[in-house]
Design a protein around this ligand. Sequence first.
Ligand code: TYD
Ligand code: MG
Length: 455
Amino acid sequence: MAKPATPSFACTACGALHRKWVGRCEGCGAWNTLHEEVPLSAGPAGRTLAARGRSVALSALTDAEAPPPRVPTGLAEVDRVLGGGLVPASAILLGGDPGIGKSTLLLQTAAHLARGGLSTIYISGEEAAAQVRMRAARLGLADAPVRLGAETALRDILTTLDAERPGLAVIDSIQTLWSDQVEAAPGSVAQVRAAAHELVSFAKRRGVAVVLVGHVTKDGQIAGPRVVEHMVDTVLYFEGERGHPFRILRSVKNRFGPADEIGVFEMTGGGLAEVANPSALFLSERDRPAPGSAVLAGMEGTRPVLTEIQALVAPAPFGTPRRTVVGLDAGRVATVLAVLEARCAVPFAGLDVFLNVAGGMKVGEPAADLAVAAALLSAREDRAIPPEMVFFGEVSLSGALRPVGQTENRLKEARKLGFTAAALPAGSRLAAAEGMALHEMPDLAALAGGMFGAG
Ligand code: TYD
Ligand code: MG
């Protein structure tokens, strides 16, 4: 006898399943994101399945597979993040906050591909075709042979794509789609999963590259893009701060190319403009050398990127001092503060600390530690760092500085942008660093003691 289905609760943020409702998801720690899911019916008992399936074609490990062919999009920054262009029959997820520019980016990309001869369909579930057309006109893309559809019914979308068999189908957004096979509201975990699953298997089966747009959701009522991350080949996120024009396209997973690669854009009145030299852009807002500003010679994927780390340290008026961190890993910043206190005798008790990456950039690599420490020391002592200096290096709990990868690339980029000095961990393996005065430091105490002097 079939067991009655047990109720289950799915987290709209990460998709984790729970037997009981709880206030906080055990998978990702988000609050209030659990919603009841109707489980899919189990169908006939498992043992009968073996008799009903068909044999799968098996192959040897040595069977050679050609590298996936690529269709260049015509946008160098998009190609870089994809790993050289669009892979036919692949499934891509593009996540990002609402209003960050996902639709704009995809319309531009689709238009470029369509002009290049790829048959392209753009399905909008959020905007009417007229709205998309107006945007295309504003972007100067009205002549591109992209075909538009405004639809949310998954069945109709699949029927259309099956009849048309385009090279690329953009689905904007996965959260608006609705499958009549699933008894749940559009935007629920079950609907989003079912729609993504259908579209991804359609992509593989019919050789259509599919891009799914997923809004990052804050309120937990609607399933977020993380719910479908594991189903697709490539996961891209479009990031940026509302008040800043810079936008970063970041690959966090890529079956066909490097992950962690970034593409940089600027949102202008005429759409997204590619930024070929992001370092120059991120440093362009820097005026005269101010205390608390340190330049990080960072790496984003294979590309060196210089960014300005800004710190402000001020007496805390009362109680627990504030630690406000934007664009950096708060855990790493706390570690750097603790090491400065414990190993370098630089106390921050009773002081509010604010840290920020200029331009709305997000920096995750441990190599930022040394620049963070330099910005903090500079802010605390109210002494500006020499403007020609860059920093990179990982701080360990003992206070020692650990060398990081890509030292030469970091220095070369810094040199290119007019910097002539670098503070870095001692023992960094260096073949050549022409035109750069190197201050190699064994530990953070050396930075604190030297305070950006000759060192
Ligand atoms: P949009 O692509 O609609 O964002 P998403 O699809 O991620 O929700 O972008 C919306 C924002 O971009 C909107 O605030 C206006 C701005 N924008 C420009 O600044 N310039 C432009 O040319 C376009 C088309 C949009
Ligand atoms: Mg949109």
